[in-house]
Design a protein around this ligand. Structure first.
Ligand SMILES: O=C(O)CCC(=O)C(=O)O
Length: 212
């Protein structure tokens, strides 16, 4: 069970890591379903998504994704954090091909004109489930602690987050791909869950390994 320490971390730091949320059986089902979808991906579409990775919507016709969205381990975690009635907005299957570049700095929040965007309580969380052990060499998440509520110099420099320039990684020397002095890497094990405030600045390491 998660509790007050994880809630403090989510509110103060903007994220928390919950270990072992997915069962072995669920991991096997998800790997089979995502491998099948990835095998059908158009290579040109994958090329255009070099920085983000595959980005396949989870509305794919396999009931395992409905089971994932309503996964009891996630719901119990959210309840422990103070969110007993969450709703789902959207989800994506993200596979980073071997030797693919970094993901650029961005945040997921889209409604800054709403005054509640400037309050401590998040209005939206991201939930990232990992199907393989993920570390700095194969695409681990990078975050800037506290950037969901505090200004960071990179906020002033970021371009349009899903422009073709960025998603195709046309220029990985651009500031959006840079290593920041205050960034933190979040390596995880398969089955772990990273929960984060949608306002948090995040990016990912390149996948320098030979495996997706
Ligand atoms: O690709 C990743 O590792 C993170 C995905 C992400 O940042 C997002 O979906 O907003």
């Amino acid at each position: 069970m998660v509790g007050s320490e994880e809630r403090r971390q989510l509110l103060d730091d903007g994220y928390c890591v919950v270990e072992g949320v997915l069962s072995r059986e669920m991991l096997d089902r998800l790997r089979a379903a995502t491998d099948a979808l990835l095998a059908q991906q158009d290579p040109e579409r994958m090329r255009r998504a070099r920085a983000t990775g595959s980005m396949i919507p989870v509305v794919a016709p396999d009931p395992v994704f409905a089971d994932l969205i309503a996964w009891p381990g996630t719901l119990v975690t959210l309840e422990g954090l103070g969110y007993p009635r969450p709703s789902f907005s959207d989800g994506w299957i993200i596979s980073k091909p071997p030797k693919s570049p970094r993901l650029f700095w961005h945040y997921d929040w889209f409604s800054w004109e709403d005054a509640r965007s400037y309050e401590p309580e998040p209005m939206q969380l991201f939930a990232m489930f990992y199907l393989v052990d993920t570390h700095v060499e194969n695409g681990a998440l990078r975050v800037i602690t506290g950037s969901h509520v505090r200004h960071n110099p990179i906020h002033d420099l970021l371009g349009e987050p899903h422009s073709r320039e960025l998603t195709e990684a046309r220029n990985t020397d651009a500031v959006e791909f840079t290593t920041l002095p205050d960034e933190v890497s979040l390596p995880v094990r398969a089955g772990d869950l990273v929960l984060g405030d949608a306002r948090l600045l995040h990016a990912a390491h390149a996948n320098e390994s030979g495996a997706p």
